[in-house]
Design a protein. Structure first.
Length: 524
């Protein structure tokens, strides 16, 4: 129970540090987690409670840092002790760090509450062995309010839906909490609660859930929508109180509820005209939305000029296993259409997706690599991300691979490697885990190269070529900027891959794979 003597209590929400080996940590210091901010904003609305968010990946404004990496939680506790600590478990690769933080606060006598997509049936037991008191399953805004109320004596923990906890050494799972539908009743996410962070790109949402039901994805359930008015209210709040300019729409499939999406885009366009300021948005969407010219036009007018597309694979047998219905030639055509329309296209791929029956592949490794390179070039994709399949907790993919005895034991390959850059299971023959790693690196390496450092300089020199577009300066600028931006990103990507490769070799991951393979085959 919480002390009744304190006049004000503190809820500290912690977003754990990414592992140093991940190649995507450079993005995290420009953003923060929307889910963590939503939870903290909810608690901050409770009488006599203050809330703060500590994002260990974004401590750019004088954040107290530990010599071991991440935030200095001992300093934070001395500065102002937290009464409850929330731990964001939305990314499996951060879970080892999350457990270390939980154990620290547990020793301090602080109540710990964890939530996020990592926490599924097969990870519950280990969480309670690593300093966690309560686990929220599903959305957490209502659950955290009720947990705080119960700990203050206003209600019973047993009556709270959607949580897991231990009682008399028994694990108690309460009934599932129905997903939220009334988003307009939620407090507006307050990014001022994120201490020490410098946020360049603000995450926003209008849709929760995804109806695609992909076996490798943790986002499930029927989509639920906030009103366009509510979404605009959140964005305008960030613009007017935080001077936000760039936004990432975290909806898994932008463009669902088509008519309301178009209305939202028109509202965004009108808002920017009214304030005399342009905003920039990135959205995730299905490629087949490229057929909808009215939707694309409304997106562009609203400033939604960057799209992240899950291409998944340029190989037919992979797409069939993933239940993707578009043909390769259609995918190329639609991607080129987006490019021609002026969108920056970020392509996301999963290399080496496992077959259903653990059978031999019909396409050789070299041919797969060749097809990837050819597809990326033909589809005119601006930036690419090649991931290896991740058997995340709670997914059908993990269940399938575990049943087939293919997932490497966690004692050898821990959660910190679950970020898509490491092989995590025995691939279909004749591929090996080493092949998977090298193939992804070759494809990425052919795209992100050192030569683009020189191309950046050439683009600066060629800036004068915009004069040739005096009849349409805007078109000339757009074309020049696309080349300059892409070359800059490709050179930056080359630097990042070099750093990742160095960390990969230093970690001796391939040796760990050999040990894991022996354990998987029953050898000591």
């Amino acid at each position: 129970m919480l002390s009744a003597e304190k006049k004000r209590s503190l809820f500290r929400m912690v977003i754990p540090l990414y592992p140093s080996s991940t190649i995507y940590s450079f993005v995290s210091n420009k953003m923060t987690s929307l889910g963590a901010v939503c939870i903290a904003s909810t608690v901050n609305d409770i009488a006599f409670w203050d809330a703060e968010v500590i994002d260990e990946n974004n401590l750019r404004l004088f954040g107290p840092r530990s010599i071991h990496g991440g935030a200095d939680h001992e300093f934070l506790q001395k500065q102002r002790p937290a009464d409850i600590v929330g731990l964001y478990g939305g990314l499996t690769s951060t879970i080892p760090r999350l457990y270390k933080i939980a154990q620290f606060y547990k020793k301090q006598g602080v109540i710990t509450v964890a939530g996020g997509q990592h926490f599924a049936d097969d990870t519950i037991d280990e969480a309670f062995s690593n300093g966690i008191d309560y686990i929220v399953v599903g959305e957490g805004e209502d659950a955290i309010k009720e947990i705080i109320g119960a700990l203050q004596g206003n209600g019973c923990i047993d009556d709270i839906k959607g949580i897991v906890y231990k009682k008399n050494d028994r694990i108690i799972r309460t009934p599932i909490r129905p997903p939220s539908t009334d988003f307009d009743a939620r407090p507006i996410p307050d990014f001022a609660l994120v201490r020490y962070a410098k946020i360049d790109i603000y995450p926003v949402e209008r849709i929760r859930g995804c109806g695609m039901d992909c076996e490798f994805c943790t986002v499930k359930g029927k989509p639920r929508y906030a009103s366009p008015e509510r979404a605009l209210e959140i964005i305008s709040s960030i613009v007017e109180t935080r001077k936000g300019k760039s936004f990432f729409i975290v909806d898994d499939l932008f463009g669902q509820q088509r008519d309301e999406t178009i209305r939202f885009c028109r509202m965004l366009e009108d808002y920017q005209k009214r304030i005399g300021r342009g905003l920039s948005f990135t959205a995730q969407m299905r490629l087949d939305k490229a057929y909808d010219t009215e939707l694309l036009t409304s997106m562009q007018k609203a400033g939604i000029n960057k799209v992240a597309i899950g291409f998944e694979s340029p190989i037919e047998e992979d797409l069939k296993i993933m239940k993707k219905k578009l043909k390769i030639q259609d995918i190329v055509m639609l991607s080129r259409a987006l490019h021609k329309k002026g969108f920056f296209v970020h392509g996301m791929f999963i290399f080496g997706y496992p077959l259903r029956q653990y059978e031999s592949l019909t396409t050789s490794l070299s041919e797969r690599i060749r097809r990837y390179k050819k597809f990326i070039k033909e589809a005119k994709i601006d930036t690419v991300q090649i991931l290896l399949p991740i058997p995340l907790p709670g997914t059908e993919l993990r269940q399938r691979l575990m049943q087939n005895g293919r997932v490497y034991p966690k004692c050898d390959i821990g959660w910190e490697y679950y970020d898509g850059t490491f092989p995590l299971f025995e691939p279909d023959p004749p591929l090996t885990a080493e092949d998977m790693h090298q193939a992804a690196r070759k494809i990425m390496g052919s795209f992100y190269q050192f030569k683009y450092m020189f191309m950046i300089g050439l683009n600066v020199i060629s800036f004068i070529s915009i004069i040739a577009y005096l009849h349409n300066i805007k078109l000339g600028w757009s074309k020049w900027y696309r080349y300059w931006r892409n070359d800059l990103i490709r050179f930056g990507g080359w630097i990042t891959i070099r750093k990742w490769t160095h960390a990969f070799r230093k970690d001796m991951f391939l040796q760990k794979i050999q040990i894991a393979r022996q354990h998987l085959n029953g050898k000591s």
